[in-house]
Design a protein around this ligand. Structure first.
Ligand SMILES: N[C@@H](CCC(=O)N[C@@H](CS)C(=O)NCC(=O)O)C(=O)O
Length: 126
Protein backbone atom coordinates (compact mmCIF):
# COMPACT_ATOMS: atom_id res chain seq x y z
CA UNK A 1 0.00 0.00 0.00
CA UNK A 2 1.19 3.52 -0.78
CA UNK A 3 2.08 5.77 2.16
CA UNK A 4 -0.85 8.07 2.91
CA UNK A 5 1.01 11.36 3.21
CA UNK A 6 -2.24 13.12 2.33
CA UNK A 7 -3.97 11.60 5.35
CA UNK A 8 -1.14 12.58 7.68
CA UNK A 9 -1.14 16.11 6.29
CA UNK A 10 -4.91 16.61 6.45
CA UNK A 11 -5.88 19.37 8.89
CA UNK A 12 -8.21 18.42 11.73
CA UNK A 13 -11.80 18.09 10.59
CA UNK A 14 -10.98 17.32 6.95
CA UNK A 15 -11.82 13.71 6.17
CA UNK A 16 -10.12 11.88 3.35
CA UNK A 17 -12.70 10.00 1.31
CA UNK A 18 -12.67 6.26 1.98
CA UNK A 19 -12.73 3.83 -0.93
CA UNK A 20 -16.29 2.93 0.03
CA UNK A 21 -17.32 6.59 -0.17
CA UNK A 22 -15.52 6.95 -3.51
CA UNK A 23 -17.37 3.95 -4.96
CA UNK A 24 -20.66 5.16 -3.52
CA UNK A 25 -20.17 8.57 -5.17
CA UNK A 26 -19.28 7.02 -8.50
CA UNK A 27 -22.27 4.68 -8.69
CA UNK A 28 -24.70 7.32 -7.45
CA UNK A 29 -23.44 10.15 -9.67
CA UNK A 30 -23.09 8.21 -12.92
CA UNK A 31 -26.01 6.35 -14.50
CA UNK A 32 -23.91 3.45 -15.73
CA UNK A 33 -20.56 2.45 -14.23
CA UNK A 34 -18.41 -0.49 -15.24
CA UNK A 35 -15.70 -1.59 -12.81
CA UNK A 36 -13.33 -3.35 -15.12
CA UNK A 37 -9.77 -4.37 -15.90
CA UNK A 38 -8.35 -1.89 -18.39
CA UNK A 39 -10.37 0.84 -20.05
CA UNK A 40 -13.36 0.80 -22.42
CA UNK A 41 -10.91 1.70 -25.20
CA UNK A 42 -8.40 -0.98 -24.13
CA UNK A 43 -9.85 -3.76 -21.96
CA UNK A 44 -7.15 -5.85 -20.27
CA UNK A 45 -9.29 -8.94 -19.66
CA UNK A 46 -11.68 -10.90 -21.85
CA UNK A 47 -14.50 -10.76 -19.28
CA UNK A 48 -14.32 -6.97 -19.06
CA UNK A 49 -14.02 -6.83 -22.85
CA UNK A 50 -17.28 -8.75 -23.30
CA UNK A 51 -19.23 -6.28 -21.16
CA UNK A 52 -17.65 -3.38 -23.04
CA UNK A 53 -18.76 -4.95 -26.33
CA UNK A 54 -22.33 -5.35 -25.08
CA UNK A 55 -22.56 -1.78 -23.75
CA UNK A 56 -21.01 -0.38 -26.92
CA UNK A 57 -23.34 -2.48 -29.06
CA UNK A 58 -26.33 -1.06 -27.19
CA UNK A 59 -24.90 2.45 -27.45
CA UNK A 60 -25.08 3.11 -23.72
CA UNK A 61 -22.98 5.92 -22.26
CA UNK A 62 -21.00 4.61 -19.31
CA UNK A 63 -18.05 5.34 -17.10
CA UNK A 64 -15.32 2.70 -16.93
CA UNK A 65 -13.22 2.49 -13.78
CA UNK A 66 -10.00 0.54 -14.10
CA UNK A 67 -9.36 -1.61 -11.02
CA UNK A 68 -5.85 -2.40 -12.25
CA UNK A 69 -4.90 1.17 -11.33
CA UNK A 70 -5.73 0.70 -7.66
CA UNK A 71 -5.68 -2.31 -5.35
CA UNK A 72 -7.91 -0.33 -3.00
CA UNK A 73 -10.51 -0.05 -5.76
CA UNK A 74 -10.04 -3.67 -6.85
CA UNK A 75 -10.68 -4.97 -3.33
CA UNK A 76 -13.08 -2.21 -2.36
CA UNK A 77 -15.57 -2.90 -5.13
CA UNK A 78 -15.63 -6.62 -4.22
CA UNK A 79 -16.49 -5.73 -0.62
CA UNK A 80 -18.97 -3.00 -1.65
CA UNK A 81 -20.93 -5.38 -3.90
CA UNK A 82 -20.20 -8.54 -1.96
CA UNK A 83 -19.20 -10.02 -5.34
CA UNK A 84 -15.81 -11.71 -5.79
CA UNK A 85 -14.83 -10.84 -9.34
CA UNK A 86 -14.36 -8.10 -11.93
CA UNK A 87 -16.09 -6.84 -14.11
CA UNK A 88 -19.04 -5.41 -12.21
CA UNK A 89 -21.80 -3.37 -13.82
CA UNK A 90 -23.83 -0.77 -11.93
CA UNK A 91 -26.94 0.94 -13.32
CA UNK A 92 -28.41 3.88 -11.40
CA UNK A 93 -26.63 2.87 -8.23
CA UNK A 94 -27.69 -0.78 -8.40
CA UNK A 95 -25.42 -3.73 -8.97
CA UNK A 96 -26.51 -5.66 -12.05
CA UNK A 97 -23.86 -8.37 -12.23
CA UNK A 98 -20.61 -9.58 -13.72
CA UNK A 99 -19.81 -10.77 -17.21
CA UNK A 100 -21.91 -13.97 -17.23
CA UNK A 101 -25.00 -12.27 -15.81
CA UNK A 102 -24.71 -9.26 -18.11
CA UNK A 103 -24.21 -11.49 -21.17
CA UNK A 104 -27.15 -13.75 -20.28
CA UNK A 105 -29.39 -10.76 -19.58
CA UNK A 106 -28.38 -9.17 -22.87
CA UNK A 107 -29.09 -12.37 -24.80
CA UNK A 108 -32.52 -12.62 -23.17
CA UNK A 109 -33.29 -8.93 -23.85
CA UNK A 110 -33.41 -8.27 -20.09
CA UNK A 111 -30.46 -5.90 -19.96
CA UNK A 112 -32.18 -3.68 -22.49
CA UNK A 113 -35.28 -3.74 -20.24
CA UNK A 114 -33.20 -2.69 -17.22
CA UNK A 115 -31.89 0.36 -19.09
CA UNK A 116 -35.38 1.17 -20.32
CA UNK A 117 -37.01 0.81 -16.89
CA UNK A 118 -34.34 2.95 -15.27
CA UNK A 119 -34.56 5.62 -17.96
CA UNK A 120 -31.07 5.11 -19.37
CA UNK A 121 -30.82 5.98 -23.07
CA UNK A 122 -29.76 3.21 -25.45
CA UNK A 123 -29.04 3.82 -29.10
CA UNK A 124 -30.19 0.38 -30.16
CA UNK A 125 -32.59 -2.01 -28.52
CA UNK A 126 -31.70 -5.27 -30.23
N1 LIG B 1 -17.54 -15.49 -14.14
C1 LIG B 1 -17.08 -14.14 -13.93
C2 LIG B 1 -15.83 -13.92 -14.76
C3 LIG B 1 -14.97 -12.80 -14.19
C4 LIG B 1 -13.78 -13.35 -13.44
O1 LIG B 1 -13.66 -14.56 -13.22
N2 LIG B 1 -12.89 -12.42 -13.07
C5 LIG B 1 -11.70 -12.83 -12.39
C6 LIG B 1 -10.53 -12.81 -13.37
S1 LIG B 1 -10.45 -11.35 -14.36
C7 LIG B 1 -11.42 -11.89 -11.24
O2 LIG B 1 -11.94 -10.77 -11.18
N3 LIG B 1 -10.63 -12.33 -10.25
C8 LIG B 1 -10.33 -11.56 -9.08
C9 LIG B 1 -9.35 -10.47 -9.35
O3 LIG B 1 -8.68 -10.47 -10.39
O4 LIG B 1 -9.20 -9.59 -8.50
C10 LIG B 1 -18.16 -13.14 -14.35
O5 LIG B 1 -19.23 -13.55 -14.76
O6 LIG B 1 -17.92 -11.93 -14.28
Amino acid sequence: MKPRADRAAAPNGIKIMSIEQFIDNEVKNNDVVLFMKGTPQFPMCGFSGQVVQILDHLGVAYKGLNVLESDDLRNGIKAYSNWPTIPQLYVKGEFVGGCDIVREMFQAGELQDVFKEKGVAVRQVA
